[in-house]
Design a protein around this ligand. Sequence first.
Ligand SMILES: C[S@@+](CC[C@H](N)C(=O)[O-])C[C@H]1O[C@@H](n2cnc3c(N)ncnc32)[C@H](O)[C@@H]1O
Length: 340
Amino acid sequence: MVERVLARMASLQILGRSPVGAYLRLNEWIWDRLPRSVTARRPVRSFGHLVHSLVRLQDRQMYLGTFFLRNRPELELIGRLSKSKGKDRAVKIAILGPSNGAEVYSIAWAVRSAHPEVELRMEAVDISAEVVEAAQKGVYRVGRSELVDEPIFDRMTAKEMEDMFDRNGDWLRVKPWIKEGIVWRVGDAADPGLAAALGPQDMVVANRFLCHMRPLEAEECLRNLARLVAPGGLLFVSGVDLDVRTKVATALGWKPVPDLLEEIHEGDPSLRASWPHRYWGLEPIDKGRPDWMIRYASVFQLGASPQGQDGTTDRLRQGAGEATSAGPSSPSRDHRSSRE
Ligand SMILES: C[S@@+](CC[C@H](N)C(=O)[O-])C[C@H]1O[C@@H](n2cnc3c(N)ncnc32)[C@H](O)[C@@H]1O
């Protein structure tokens, strides 16, 4: 009922303009000026949820935005779990939607620096051929990235940059020990042939792209990604509508991983600061909810993988040594970037 009323409000136009849009802009202006002690109060937070429900009805678009070392607690947990999985064998990690590579190199750097004994095999799959090509090169200009329109090094210290890159003038090249063991592919996370193409993974990382899909599309994609995870393996998924993630996690019986749960939730300032006025914004943790663990966990342990995967499809091509095009079956989305 509330959703229907909100949907009608969101579609309202007066003289070709949306009064809801103007209202939300004013609301945001006021919200941004309120102290945190006020926005954290329960009635104000409830109002924030209502605003966010309205915002989530607006159109969505895909972005390329990313950062190196974007969520430190998440990187720490990937390191810890790689160590326990990788005692006597290589650890397989698939990263979906990694944009220009910052996320993949951050994971490789974090795991290999903290746990040099761990052998990593990584698969990186993005739907945009342009970012896969850039990611594969691993060469970045200092300052703001034009390709993803973000200050991608803003979350790194000078020492970390020295550790991760070889510098030549204005250019930064990812060091060979970080680059090794990564296969880059152009592909669609929603492709049902992906599980067969990649094989079972110890960890699957699917961060900050499902929120740009409509909820039903995101749900279907998330269910598909679950098929990539080996039985007992781990799924890292953030930057997704919490209702979608909670629904799929509950339906498929995923176990939330409690380690660093709150730290990871708070670990990406651009997501938390965007709530409630951006659809990708992340609400504050509410421990009063009976489902809070499953709602706010970004990491899950999965049970047995669903059956029924068949062969590879032409939507997923291996990009070893070359960045292949997404092919005719790739959806043409508007790849603009932002702070999300
Ligand atoms: C906002 S960026 C997030 C980058 C990175 N995961 C991060 O968290 O910093 C979203 C990325 O997801 C990619 N993407 C969008 N839809 C996809 C899909 N269906 N399959 C694979 N990649 C996708 C986009 O091309 C883009 O590079």
